[in-house]
Design a protein around this ligand. Structure first.
Ligand SMILES: C[S@@+](CC[C@H](N)C(=O)[O-])C[C@H]1O[C@@H](n2cnc3c(N)ncnc32)[C@H](O)[C@@H]1O
Length: 414
């Protein structure tokens, strides 16, 4: 059982600027590129109205920003507090006059920095703080927080998001990895981050993004919620049949064996004392192993059986993710109106060298919920921020290229 795929180079966007508007604000693992969300909203908008867009795994809010740019109301859901924070800030039209005053206040404060003026020197909320930071860095970060706390309330989040990226970058974590690995001794010798400069550069970069974003509209059209899309999406917040279109990119496996959203976000989540900072990866899809199979699939049945024959543990890891994914599809499907459309951008990873066609599984599961498959577009991933290599056999040191294409699965509700 297969679903039609169409390779289409139009969707590659090899030379596109992926950091326009507020898309430049903050790094996040496996970001969708804005051009994909934009084109989906343009080309695959459902017949009739397009007034409410949903992203049930909102991550850094790409879909919400693109919906806002088109003047469409949108709702994002994510279990990761950092993801929600990024999404909220990226879709808020902060007052530029206040922001400019805020920048002047912070720049002056930084010039006058004296460690003796730092008020909060309790870093106990940050696990192993002295393993990851020098004392000088911790003091400077705390001082920036202090300066931000004195700004007008309505603009503090804009600056806190710049701090959020800074806390990770000036730590001893290895650059370019999502997991929490400390730099080698050799790297540490050369590493001497300029905390204030790192922060100020982000403020300037994000200011440019905000200026461009504010020109387009002045209404804040996005809402963000902390639901578990696999468990329950409350109908008093999103009524059944109220959503016109879903544009999303779900995880393609559990956080432990694929992309470690929780580990990547822990720097900021701990710094801001956000919920579940230490336990996030276990809460995300596939985070808890179960031996029960809650779905029936024809489209990837033989692949799953082959994995089971080779390695039962890996099989149940995959099943646990697919269970949660199937639950979340049922929750999302209910929210879509008749004639509404879902666009899922998925990756097909390999486990034990067997490709798991998550695009087939996605189409099959939505069809069980009353949707018809329109098309699956295959696009090459030119520069998506995800590990190009990891270990499909789960053995340390063994690598294989696991992802080259992305699959955009498009279905319409009957
Ligand atoms: C591929 S990322 C989304 C990236 C996003 N499209 C962007 O452009 O940044 C998938 C997201 O799903 C979230 N997630 C995983 N399991 C979830 C669940 N059960 N409920 C809600 N969100 C979940 C993760 O925290 C992560 O942010």
């Amino acid at each position: 059982m297969a679903y039609d795929r169409k390779i289409d180079d139009v969707w590659s966007f090899r030379t596109a600027d992926t950091k326009e508007f507020t898309h430049c604000y903050h790094n996040y693992p496996a970001m969708m590129i804005p051009q994909v969300a934009r084109r989906l909203l343009d080309v695959y908008a459902p017949a009739g109205k397009l007034e409410l867009v949903l992203d049930p795994y909102v991550g850094s809010g790409t879909t919400l920003v693109e919906s806002s740019l088109k003047g469409i109301r949108s709702i994002g859901i994510d279990l990761n507090p950092l993801a929600r924070f990024i999404s909220k800030v990226k879709t808020t039209h902060y007052d530029l006059n206040l922001i400019t005053k805020g920048i002047a206040y912070i720049v002056t404060g930084i010039i006058l920095y004296n460690p003796a003026d730092v008020i909060n020197t309790d870093f106990s909320r940050i696990s192993n703080s002295t393993f990851w930071y020098t004392e000088e860095t911790l003091y400077k970060l705390s001082y920036i927080s202090q300066l931000i706390s004195r700004l007008d309330h309505s603009i503090q989040d804009f600056f806190l998001l710049c701090l959020s990226e800074t806390v990770r970058e000036v730590s001893f974590t290895r650059n370019g990895e999502f997991k929490r690995y400390k730099m080698s001794e050799k790297q540490l010798e050369k590493f001497n981050p300029d905390v204030f400069n790192t922060f100020e550069k982000k403020v300037q970069r994000n200011l440019k993004g905000l200026e461009a974003f504010n020109v387009t509209d002045d209404r804040d059209l996005a809402e963000v919620y902390d639901f578990n899309s696999s468990k329950c999406i409350p109908s008093d917040i999103i009524a059944e049949g109220s959503v016109d279109m879903v544009v999303t990119s779900p995880p393609y496996g559990d956080s432990h064996t694929t992309v470690a959203y929780g580990q990547f976000s822990r720097w900021a989540n701990e710094w801001f004392n956000f919920d579940n900072a230490k336990t996030l990866d276990r809460l995300l899809m596939g985070g808890v192993i179960s031996k029960e199979v809650r779905f029936r699939t024809e489209s990837i049945h033989s692949e799953l059986e082959s994995i089971k024959e080779q390695d039962e543990k890996r099989y149940y890891e995959v099943i646990s993710f697919l269970n949660d994914y199937w639950d979340s599809i049922q929750n999302v499907a209910k929210l879509i109106r008749k004639g509404g459309r879902v666009c899922y951008v998925v990756g097909n990873r390999r486990v034990k060298n067997i490709q798991i066609n998550l695009d087939y599984f996605t189409a099959e599961m939505f069809e069980k919920c009353g949707f018809v498959h329109e098309i699956t577009i295959v696009r090459e991933i030119p520069n998506k921020r995800m590990p190009s290599k990891n270990s499909p056999t789960n053995k340390t040191g063994e690598t294989a290229v696991t992802m080259t294409n992305e699959y955009i699965v498009i279905l319409t509700k009957k």
